[in-house]
Design a protein around this ligand. Sequence first.
Ligand code: NAG
Ligand code: NAG
Ligand code: NAG
Ligand code: NAG
Ligand code: NAG
Ligand code: NAG
Length: 377
Amino acid sequence: MLGQNKLRYCGVISLICGFVSLFIMSEISKFLLKHKFSQGNETQRYHYANYTRKKMATNAYDHEKPTFVLILAYMRSGSSFTGDLIQHHPDVFYRFEPLYNLKRRYTKAKNISNDMIINDEEYTQRQVEVLKKWFTCNLTSYNAEVFMERGLKTRQYTLCVRSKKKTKIQRAKCLQQLIQACQQSKLRVIKTIRVSINSISEYFIETPNFKIIHLIRDPRAIGFSRRKLVLNSKRHYDRLCPLMTDDLKAGSKLRPQSRYRILRYETVAENPFTSMQDIYKFIGIKPTFESIGHLYLDTHSDTSVEKAFGTTRQNSTQTANQWRLGVTKDYVQEMNDNCADFYLLTDYYKADISHIKDITKPLRAKENGTFFRLSKI
Ligand SMILES: *[C@@H]1O[C@H](CO)[C@@H](O)[C@H](O)[C@H]1NC(C)=O
Ligand SMILES: *[C@@H]1O[C@H](CO)[C@@H](O)[C@H](O)[C@H]1NC(C)=O
Ligand SMILES: *[C@@H]1O[C@H](CO)[C@@H](O)[C@H](O)[C@H]1NC(C)=O
Ligand SMILES: *[C@@H]1O[C@H](CO)[C@@H](O)[C@H](O)[C@H]1NC(C)=O
Ligand SMILES: *[C@@H]1O[C@H](CO)[C@@H](O)[C@H](O)[C@H]1NC(C)=O
Ligand SMILES: *[C@@H]1O[C@H](CO)[C@@H](O)[C@H](O)[C@H]1NC(C)=O
């Protein structure tokens, strides 16, 4: 009984094996036929090669084509809002503050011991390295960096590597997905408040697909916002105007100017939809359903708290003017002393406290379009 069963079993197996090998052979011969056919005659081969070469060239071109956009801003200058306005476009890969760790290490190093671990030149070089790394998707780490959760696509990586019990292989997969999301994005956008225009001007000049949006805002509003954030924050705003002025001067020397734009936050806050259109045009994309829908929510929902580091999800015109009611006379005086050059350069008005508190009175010359043009350099 048992022997018969075994025999039957064997027979079935060899039958299956026979079919499988027949199938494999026919596949091989089909493949050979096809391959031979696709080799074709001389003319066909030439066309095929020409086609493949062109296709590869196009792919390579698409791959290198992405535009790099840097939103260069200052703490509390409205850069989160401006960044969000851009990052909700599906073609955008957005990295929020990639220089945070470097800056911390640098300032720490400066203060812990007197001999600096890195000098200013090296610091600048490392800043550029980090920006380059994110723009070119040359990403290597298995740890999610600070603020990656603030970008729609980088957040996926944070979630991926933080989900429990990831093996090394799974983490590598997370990284692969991050790199892919980055590579497939036509626009790689970085928002930072931690770099000067001088530090990146060389990289800007040698990189033809690199654009800068330089975001400025009324320094009295920035200082006020910073005061609310940090106690005894004088040192957080008395250097602000010289810093912005230096950046504007450096910006005016960038070539070509067609890749550099100055944006006043007040303009964006007052005309978010027009601004979005013009910003998108500058960086080479068109508004989509998602990006417009998000902006609508961002400007119309009614959370009344201006979040410490966040985007203000409320009527943005209103938010932009809140500081005017809260400032003191001494503060206004101090800012006026620090900012005379900056006001002159950027068409903000030097004003006394009563002018500032009367929110019907303008604090800046009306701009002609979304972007601001320096006329006084
Ligand atoms: C090559 O093949 C194409 C298409 O099959 C045919 O039109 C052409 O005449 C052939 N050329 C030669 C030189 O055989
Ligand atoms: C090969 O491709 C080039 C463009 O890359 C094109 O100008 C040329 O006409 C093509 N040659 C043939 C035979 O298709
Ligand atoms: C280092 O610390 C001193 C006070 O301890 C401070 O005044 C200075 O600004 C700090 N320097 C940096 C670069 O943070
Ligand atoms: C990627 O970054 C590493 C340093 O982290 C660098 O050595 C390498 O040249 C970079 N690769 C490319 C293609 O830029
Ligand atoms: C926003 O607030 C301003 C001033 O309070 C008001 O004039 C404007 O109509 C508001 N806009 C929207 C869209 O609610
Ligand atoms: C706006 O344009 C007009 C005419 O071109 C010019 O006179 C004026 O100075 C411009 N204003 C600003 C703020 O650029």
